[in-house]
Design a protein around this ligand. Structure first.
Ligand code: ATP
Ligand code: MG
Length: 404
């Protein structure tokens, strides 16, 4: 297996000074699967201070956990000291981190056999827990007793499903039953970490794994809203890899369609306001259905925004919703975009100053006139011309402008 020059430099430098060094974890797994690793993590017998001494450009990013970020050719690499974790008391944080001089100990603390392999350019793959075998069998299995391992860190249960979704592997039956038994412990994990794993799962290519979230019972301890629907989550992979689209698609398939429930779920997972609003807008569009004509579509777009609407259209197409009207709606939508119809007050051919300049008094009336013009233009986009709108504004102002 070929390693990038920067990784070779780090390994060689550490070894030249008498330390052991390997690449480890996800990158080894991905290389063995013939995939390009997202990043290369390095583990070593050197202590963090020793790593920092050897590499002038290094940052103590997680020194308590033994991690130093080494920068070579402007690329960051995480170099972590071999460690043993022990004394979990709350299903989430190791009580203390103990450094070790043994690679095997370090591999033993890792979650799954497929993630517990190291690789060395000369020594080859180091695989004490038969990860290669599980890769071949396409199985996700904990290193050691699954009940103990999930008892130490409940997030691992969600990670199992995340890897199932990423690679289309199955979860070993004993590992799976342990998740079922311990699913309640997920409540101890921070919402942010849960959201991160769920997002990764949603963006994967084997989204049918989402079924495991129901089967194991994990979801009922994550979401405040009770639901038991099991939709065909494999449909999610037909959606673009965009997170608000995938969330809205998932909620639709799980038959969570009430805006109040959706809001509650988004808030309970501490989603950003932007993500929450995007999901809500898409979900409401899915529920409302397609606008009946171009005017209603422009009204909808003015309210929802074009992007969430386009995402909702993607979901409708992928899931086969509203099939009789969807191609007409798509044509209308494309036309509105191509002809740059006015969809917001700021796109109106006149603004407040134009109206004041022609004699409208500043104040509440001004807003009412602008909104009336906007409605006219939503109904007929050809009217969005300054001369026409000034003329309209004059008529409205003469009729109503002097009323208090
Ligand atoms: P990805 O390619 O999606 O980043 P990854 O396997 O690299 O997958 P990370 O979350 O980046 O996953 O973690 C890196 C490695 O650290 C894992 O491969 C695993 O060996 C170990 N690891 C991460 N989280 C845990 C955990 N909660 N418990 C035990 N080991 C873990
Ligand atoms: Mg990683």
């Amino acid at each position: 297996m070929h390693l990038p020059d920067e990784v070779m430099t780090i390994i060689n430098t550490l070894e030249k000074h008498g330390y052991e060094a390997y690449i480890v974890g996800g990158c080894v797994r991905d290389m063995l699967l013939g995939l390009k690793p997202k990043d290369y993590d390095i583990c070593t017998s050197a202590y963090p201070e020793q790593v920092m001494e050897l590499f002038p450009r290094s940052i103590p990013t997680g020194i308590k956990h033994g991690t130093v970020t080494v920068i070579i050719n402007n690329t960051p690499f995480e170099v972590t000291t071999f460690r043993i974790e022990s004394g979990y008391t709350d299903f989430r944080h190791p009580e203390k981190v103990i450094f070790s001089d043994s690679l095997t100990e370090d591999l033993k603390r890792r979650d799954f056999t497929i993630n517990a392999m190291a690789y060395h350019p000369v020594k080859g793959v180091i695989d004490p827990f038969n990860g290669i075998n599980d890769l071949r069998k396409m199985v996700i299995r904990t290193v050691g007793n699954p009940r103990e391992r999930f008892g130490e860190d409940a997030l691992r249960m969600l990670r199992a499903i995340r890897f199932q979704a990423a690679y289309g592997f199955s979860i070993d039956p004993d590992t799976f039953s342990a998740i079922k038994e311990l699913s309640g412990n997920i409540s101890a994990i921070s919402r942010e970490r849960i959201l991160e794993e769920l997002n990764k799962t949603l963006l994967s290519s084997h989204t049918e794994a989402f079924g495991s979230l129901f089967e194991t019972g994990l979801l009922k301890f994550i979401f405040p809203v009770f639901f038991s629907e099991k939709g065909d989550f494999s449909l999610l992979k037909k959606l673009p890899e965009e997170i608000s689209t995938r969330w809205a698609g998932f909620l639709w398939l799980a038959e969570i369609r009430d805006p109040g429930n959706i809001k509650e779920i988004c808030s309970c997972l501490r989603m950003s306001n932007k993500l929450k609003n995007d999901i809500l807008k898409i979900s409401v569009t899915l529920k409302t259905g397609l606008p009946k004509n171009q005017f209603v579509m422009r009204l909808t777009l003015a309210d929802t925004g074009c992007e969430p609407f386009a995402r909702a259209l993607n979901i409708m197409k992928a899931f086969g919703l509203y099939q009789t009207n969807i191609s007409d709606a798509e044509i209308s939508f494309e036309r509105i975009i191509a002809e740059k119809h006015c969809l917001s007050l700021s796109e109106l051919a006149v603004n407040g100053s134009d109206l004041i300049a022609m004699g409208v008094k500043p104040g509440k009336n001004l807003g009412v006139i602008l909104n009336t013009l906007f409605l006219c233009v939503l109904q007929n986009p050809d009217l969005n011309r300054k001369d026409i709108l000034i003329h309209f504004a004059g008529i409205i102002n003469n009729k109503f402008g002097n009323r208090e």
